[in-house]
Design a protein around this ligand. Structure first.
Ligand code: PHB
Length: 390
């Protein structure tokens, strides 16, 4: 009898929330297929954050539940998110490498009472689709705008632009064109390639034939970017004095050894370089390098995920085990911290990350390994794309 009473009392206490809870975070990303390395970097960033900060926020234990989404597949993305919310009862959704996958989830957030922390997808409009979206990565407007000025200042006046034909590509094209024309340059031709393009020789011929002095390019990081930069290097464009300008998606660190000496000197603009010189980044690279196993595989989605976890921990601090998505999001508006990438904050209006964008040059570091060497800083960049999508 006494035992029974004790059990009943314990059950009551649990029901009243007197015991600590497990708070689940559902993370969707490419963990298999051609983009698996990008998903592996999400996981490395998350593991590094939790190894450094523990898996508890107050009394609550944080648990990550991963779902694999190998390619841009909005229908599958939405059904994975629904399953995470309904069956797994996750309190947060996070990750999302490709824009269409993040976009597909925004309509369910309100009813699910769940914030979405975007750790990569980089089309400006995503944050406008729901007040429950916060982004800790970058936008292609943010990374491409400074490149327009850099290209013009290098003396290039006529450029051909080449992008993948979907959200972040179209944003990158518009951003570069706006900045380059404002500086006084001309975009002589704008090519949009299907996302699945993997033979770039015909494109290289069109670039040569265009009469442009330079090419601006954006493709999503992965086998696509490696193939594109290799084709640029192997088709004599450099010899023809057609310089390549791009956001840093095209020179992610994990691809540099495969690009080799041909990429030396290539200029890109981006929010994060693994070689960024700061104590916060040293600690991050050590922890994330351990988490990923082979530190040569570390690249930018890891930092988007690491900072995404920082934001989620702050949300949990504010709301604990009470599921209140709006309160959680409100708690991180204006949040400021020092990320491994440098000083950052969450813009209270857009809920997108304000950060430095760096001009980098592919170089060899002290140990002979290829790096993106930061050579100039564009400080505290917001997202110029938000004005454009309004
Ligand atoms: C995107 O789909 O938003 C995306 C993916 C990879 C990138 C940049 C943007 O490198």
């Amino acid at each position: 009898m006494r035992k029974l009473l004790l059990a009943a009392a314990a059950a009551l206490l649990m029901g009243s929330g007197a015991y600590a809870d497990t708070i689940k975070v559902g993370v969707v990303g490419p963990f298999s297929g051609p983009f698996a390395l990008q998903g592996k970097n999400f996981k490395a960033g998350i593991d590094a954050y939790m190894a450094t900060n523990g898996n508890k926020v107050g009394d609550n234990t944080v648990e990550i539940i991963y779902r694999d989404l190998p390619a841009a597949d909005p229908a599958q993305s939405k059904s994975l998110a629904q399953e995470l919310v309904v069956k797994e009862k996750v309190q947060y959704l996070a990750g999302f490498y490709f824009t269409p996958d993040a976009m597909a989830v925004t309509p369910i957030l309100k009813q699910a009472n769940t914030p979405l922390v975007v750790m990569n997808a980089a089309t400006s409009a995503i944050v406008t689709k729901s007040p429950l979206v916060v982004r800790t990565s970058f936008t292609t407007w943010q990374t491409s705008t400074p490149m327009a000025k850099v290209a013009f200042d290098k003396g290039v006046k006529k450029i051909i632009s080449v992008v993948s034909d979907y959200g972040p590509g179209v944003d990158a094209e518009n951003a570069f064109k706006a900045g380059f024309e404002k500086a006084g340059g001309e975009v002589v031709e704008a090519i949009r390639m299907p996302l699945a393009t993997n033979d770039f020789s015909p494109i290289m011929q069109r670039i040569k034939d265009s009469g442009a002095q330079g090419v601006f390019a954006f493709l999503p990081s992965g086998p696509t970017t490696l193939g594109f930069v290799k084709a640029y290097n192997e088709n004599g464009l450099k010899g023809a004095n057609i310089q390549l300008f791009a956001p840093g998606d095209l020179t992610q660190e994990s691809d540099l050894p495969a690009l080799g000496d041909a990429a030396l000197g290539m200029l890109t603009t981006f929010h994060y370089a693994v070689s960024h010189d700061s104590p916060e980044n040293k600690a991050f690279v050590e922890a994330a390098g351990k988490a990923i196993g082979n530190p040569a595989e570390l690249t930018f989605p890891a930092v988007g995920a690491y900072d995404g976890m920082h934001v989620i921990y702050k949300m949990i601090e504010a709301t604990g085990d009470k599921q209140d998505a709006q309160k959680a999001v409100d708690a991180v508006k204006g949040l400021t911290w020092t990320s491994p990438r440098g000083p950052v904050s969450i813009d209270p209006e857009s809920r997108h990350i304000t950060q430095n964008i760096y001009l980098r040059e592919v170089a060899k570091g002290d140990d002979g390994k290829f790096i993106n060497k930061e050579i100039q800083t564009f400080e505290k960049q917001g997202d110029p794309g938000l004005a454009a999508v309004k």
